[in-house]
Each structure stands twice: as structure tokens, then as C-alpha cells.
Design a protein around this ligand. Structure first.
Ligand SMILES: C[S@@+](CC[C@H](N)C(=O)[O-])C[C@H]1O[C@@H](n2cnc3c(N)ncnc32)[C@H](O)[C@@H]1O
Length: 188
């Protein structure tokens, strides 16, 4: 085996280890939302003013993605809303790093991605929060909103609902599981 092959093997093993480690510690892998789910999430963000029966659109605060993975939703959001601040939080090193590189290569100016636990981040003032987590993650998020009294105007969640509260809209995806995408509003 050449030095080059050994280096490649070590790098591949480190990447694999870091993904397994973050999956075990966070309780969820960096699996991206499906294309249909991403389309539904963007469609819901598009229709927000209409959905809540108001003239305004999605407010003026930042659009946040909690657990932004490889950037496969974060980047399309930044392109769709070039005037808006789009912020992702991702703890898993590889997905975060790849997103960072993609942002630089694409020259996107309205997007930031932090390698940070969103449960410890300041989410105050967010217009829309996007996420694709797991039941425990949704509960932790709801507990954070409650304890800090920092609810976003809207929450769009792929596949997992909040432990309490009623979504104002649920899109059922055209896939084998009929996966739901939930839209919540916390506007007064
Ligand atoms: C299922 S993936 C979804 C990725 C992306 N949001 C999408 O829809 O394509 C969930 C991501 O959340 C990240 N994550 C989970 N808990 C987190 C936390 N507390 N802080 C930051 N990232 C977290 C995981 O590392 C993982 O990449």
C-alpha cells in the first residue's frame, strides 16, 4: 500500500468515525430531507402569508435551519430568499464543513452556518425555523422555546411534530410512508 493510499484510508476512516460519533451523541444521523420533503418545506415557506390568512409574508427576522446537515435545504433557502438572512446550525463536523465549502464556492452572501448546538443558541427573533429532527429533538426544542419564551413566528418540521400544539397545515408527501411535513405558527 502506498503512502497516498494509507493517507486516503485514514482520512476516510476519520470521516466515517466523525459521522458515526455525531450520530450516536446527537441521536440522529445527517441524513438529508428527501427532495419531495424539501420541496414541501419551501412551498410552505412560500405560502406562509396565505396560510395564516394575513397579508404579510414570512416576516423580517432570520430564517433558521436547526441541524442543517449537508446544506441541501439551507442553500436552496438562501438562493430563494436572497434578501433574507439564512442561518444554519450543525454540530456534525463533516456536514458542517461541506456546507461551509459550498457556501464559499457558490459565493452566497446571505447565509451563515455555525458549528453549534442549536439548543444552546440564541434563536430569538427568528421568522421561520426549519428542521428535520427526531421525537426527542422536537421535545428538546419545544422545552427551549417554552423556557426562554422565544417562539419563532413559524416552524416547519419535516416528519416530526411538536409534542403539543396543533399545526396549521400538514402536507402529506407522495411517498410510501405518506410522510408529513408540519407547519406551525406562534404569531399572536
Ligand atoms: C436528519 S438530519 C437533517 C439535515 C437537514 N436539516 C435536512 O433536512 O436535509 C438532522 C441533523 O441535525 C443535526 N443535529 C441534531 N441535533 C443537533 C443539535 N442539538 N445541534 C446542532 N445540530 C444538530 C444532526 O447532526 C443532523 O445533521
Amino acid at each position: 500500500m502506498s503512502i497516498f493510499e494509507i493517507i486516503l484510508l485514514v482520512i476516510t476512516a476519520l470521516i466515517g468515525f466523525s459521522i458515526v460519533y455525531s450520530t450516536l451523541t446527537l441521536g440522529i444521523s445527517p441524513m438529508p430531507s428527501s427532495k419531495k420533503a424539501r420541496q414541501a418545506m419551501v412551498q410552505l415557506s412560500d405560502a406562509l402569508g396565505h396560510e395564516v390568512g394575513i397579508e404579510t409574508d414570512i416576516g423580517v427576522g432570520p430564517l433558521l435551519e436547526l441541524g442543517s446537515g449537508w446544506g441541501s435545504l439551507l442553500i436552496p433557502l438562501a438562493k430563494k430568499y436572497p434578501q433574507r438572512e439564512v442561518v444554519g446550525f450543525e454540530l456534525s463536523i463533516m456536514p458542517w464543513f461541506i456546507t461551509l465549502i459550498l457556501i464559499k464556492v457558490m459565493g452566497l452572501k446571505n447565509i451563515k452556518v455555525y458549528r453549534k448546538n442549536f439548543l444552546k443558541a440564541d434563536l430569538m427573533g427568528a421568522s421561520v425555523i426549519f428542521c428535520y429532527l427526531f421525537p426527542g429533538g422536537m421535545k428538546a426544542l419545544a422545552d427551549k422555546f417554552n423556557s426562554e419564551d422565544a417562539w419563532p413566528e413559524f416552524l416547519i418540521s419535516n416528519n416530526f411534530s411538536l409534542p403539543s400544539g396543533k399545526p396549521i397545515k400538514v402536507i402529506e408527501l407522495d411517498d410510501v410512508y405518506k410522510s408529513p411535513v408540519y407547519l406551525y405558527t406562534f404569531k399572536d
